[in-house]
Design a protein around this ligand. Structure first.
Ligand code: GLU
Length: 301
């Protein structure tokens, strides 16, 4: 019997977790390509999770459109696709557990109340012991760290007002929040490393905190630059970013790799995407990804 230990990198599990609120756009292609290359360059798994928890924003058919686009780029995922909408019982179970532990409280503040008070929730309902629904349920988050070590950005300091905001796990309309379910999913899927867009960088310490509250160690986190149409304006389905279908696949993939600090050699720029992706896999290094939260991409705006 061989005594050789399996290569540590073979235990890598990464993921791509798009919200199906529209077709895949250039901004999410960047996150897909970056997380795919990071996983595959380490012989790891790359899982696909459809984050359809926010049902009012889900667009019918967007999940399959996203999957077709990923396949067209040669971004094949491993294992079965997970849908958050099919995991509500699991989320409720974790929610009940936290509620019994006394770390949640009901909140009746409206978004308007909070924005009038400066946009950050300051724990107004924390001691009121509200129980009459409809209520949003918040996690007491005062002991969340304000610092973490990002794989791309290095040590990151998050404003304590944000890091330690008592955030919502269950909304007033009864839907679980992204902040809550993303941690349960990453935990249950045994994700070892999260590579995603820099828009979520400031949410990382609260996610790490929830992991520890649930008795698990958190994955490593690395944040990729966001493609923006103008400063602070993320390319997204919401602001009608061009659907990728308007561009030749090579062009979009080349632009995503360029943004990620891996410009494709001219000799390959018109090659099939499988060849471009194979080249990228050979050359992929997280250290080459630009250390910046935003990159302006007028072509896709
Ligand atoms: N579903 C989120 C999005 O589409 C990504 C969440 C994550 O990667 O943690 O922006």
């Amino acid at each position: 019997m061989s005594t050789a230990l399996p290569k540590l990198t073979a235990n890598y599990i990464g993921r791509f977790a798009p919200s199906p609120s529209g077709p895949l756009h250039f901004g999410s292609l960047v996150a897909a390509v970056g997380s795919f290359l990071q996983a595959k360059s380490q012989q790891g798994k790359w899982l696909l999770r459809i984050e359809d928890i926010d049902t009012p924003r889900v667009q019918a058919g967007a999940d399959s459109a996203i999957m077709h686009t990923l396949e067209a780029f040669g971004l094949y995922w491993d294992d079965t696709v997970i849908y958050q909408s099919q995991r509500l019982a699991r989320y409720q179970q974790v929610f009940n557990d936290l509620q019994q532990r006394g770390v949640l409280y009901g909140c009746q503040c409206s978004r308007r109340d909070i924005s009038l008070a400066g946009g950050i929730y300051t724990g107004r309902c924390a001691t009121l012991q509200l129980t009459t629904e409809p209520l949003a349920w918040r996690l007491k988050a005062q002991d969340v760290s304000t610092q973490f070590n990002d794989l791309i950005f290095g040590t990151q300091q998050i404003a304590s007002t944000l890091a330690q905001e008592d955030y919502i796990l269950k909304r007033r309309d009864g839907l679980f929040s992204y902040q809550f379910v993303v941690v349960i999913d990453d935990m249950d899927q045994q994700i070892t490393e999260v590579i995603r867009g820099a828009d979520l960088l400031s949410m990382t310490t609260r996610q790490q905190h929830l992991f520890s509250l649930l008795g698990q160690s958190a994955p490593r986190y690395g944040h990729l630059p966001l493609a923006v149409s103008s400063p602070g304006q993320k390319l997204s389905k919401q602001n009608h970013a061009s659907a990728l279908s308007q561009w030749p696949l090579q062009h979009s993939l080349g632009a995503a790799l360029h943004l990620l600090g891996h410009p494709v050699p001219n000799t390959l720029s018109a090659a099939p995407v499988t060849e471009i992706l194979a080249w990228a896999l050979q050359h992929w290094q997280l250290a080459q990804v630009p250390v910046t939260t935003e990159i302006h991409c007028s072509a896709f705006a």
